[in-house]
Design a protein around this ligand. Structure first.
Ligand SMILES: Nc1ncnc2c1ncn2[C@@H]1O[C@H](COP(=O)(O)OP(=O)(O)OP(=O)(O)O)[C@@H](O)[C@H]1O
Length: 275
């Protein structure tokens, strides 16, 4: 077995990812630090989920190297590949729960597939994982009987089933109301703090970014535009990053007849009761 997987760094060196001949991202070189939350940020369709799928190993990278805790993902023995895969928990955008199974059975699936635990132990672990995400009372519910936020938390419980060293989350707060989204952010931070996991979150939720990011990677136009800390991101003067963080549209409206930034400033004043 090569490389330890305790809070592993994920090192990407000159990585290109895409589909068939089509390159979606190229020249990605960064280290997603172990035991920290890295946020991958970028506009819709820039390749965030694609990069995540490549880090997980669901799709092979086109070129470059991904090294996780000292293990080169392209050159693993079948045994190490399976072991590495087991140590990565993934929260997919929609929670990816099986609709025909109750929540408890959904969480039990990876345990049945990858461990030799007895049924009673599996039940115990499932109970612990559901408690971790605040769903202890919902073991017998079907996914369709849960709200979107609950389904995301259930997806997180399933991602945590095998006590992963790495947790990868694809847009964990998308479609959630602000309070439920904050709950999810808090849960991610609690998991990092409690289990010292390496966490990678793909998002374009700016509030979530501020709440959880230790390390930020910004993707744009097929490249990595930025990597660094949150204060470094905030201080960055790249025009795309400034526009992204300020949430400004691409064009000025001729119909509204007012500059976007001025209009937003006025609306802020209005909502704050300023004349
Ligand atoms: N399975 C696939 N086969 C071929 N092309 C794909 C596939 N999945 C995604 N793409 C393409 O790859 C590009 C990047 O998509 P991706 O889903 O990674 O972007 P994203 O940044 O996660 O977008 P969003 O924020 O909207 O979810 C898009 O042009 C998309 O059409």
């Amino acid at each position: 077995m090569t490389g330890r997987l305790e809070s592993p760094d994920i090192a990407l060196t000159d990585v290109s990812v895409g589909y068939g001949d089509r390159v979606v991202l190229s020249g990605i070189t960064t280290v997603l630090p172990g035991g920290k939350v890295s946020v991958i940020l970028g506009g819709s369709g820039c390749g965030k989920s694609t990069l995540l799928r490549n880090i997980i190993g669901l799709v092979p990278i086109q070129s470059g190297r991904i090294v996780l805790g000292g293990r080169d993902m392209e050159h693993l023995s079948p045994e190490d590949r399976l072991d590495t895969r087991r140590r990565m928990g993934v929260l997919f955008q929609d929670g990816a729960l099986l609709g025909s199974l109750r929540l408890g059975e959904n969480i039990a699936l990876p345990l049945r597939e990858h461990t030799e635990l007895t049924n009673s132990l599996i039940e115990e672990v499932v109970g612990m994982k559901l408690k971790l995400v605040g769903l202890a009372d919902f073991t017998d519910y079907f996914p369709s009987e849960l709200s979107g936020g609950m389904r995301k938390r259930a997806g997180l419980a399933r991602a945590m089933a095998l006590d992963p060293a790495v947790l990868l989350c694809d847009e964990p707060t998308s479609g959630l109301d602000p309070i439920t989204a904050a709950d999810m952010d808090q849960l991610i931070l609690e998991l990092r703090t409690t289990f010292d996991m390496t966490i990678v979150v793909v998002t374009h939720d700016l509030q979530s970014l501020t709440a959880i990011a230790d390390h930020v990677v910004v993707l744009s136009e097929g490249k990595m535009l930025f990597e660094g800390s949150l204060p470094e991101l905030t201080a960055c003067d790249d025009p795309f990053i400034r526009q992204f963080l300020a949430r400004q549209p691409n064009r000025e409206s001729r119909i509204l007849g007012e500059n976007w930034a001025t209009m937003i400033e006025k609306r802020r004043d209005l909502s704050a009761g300023r004349p």
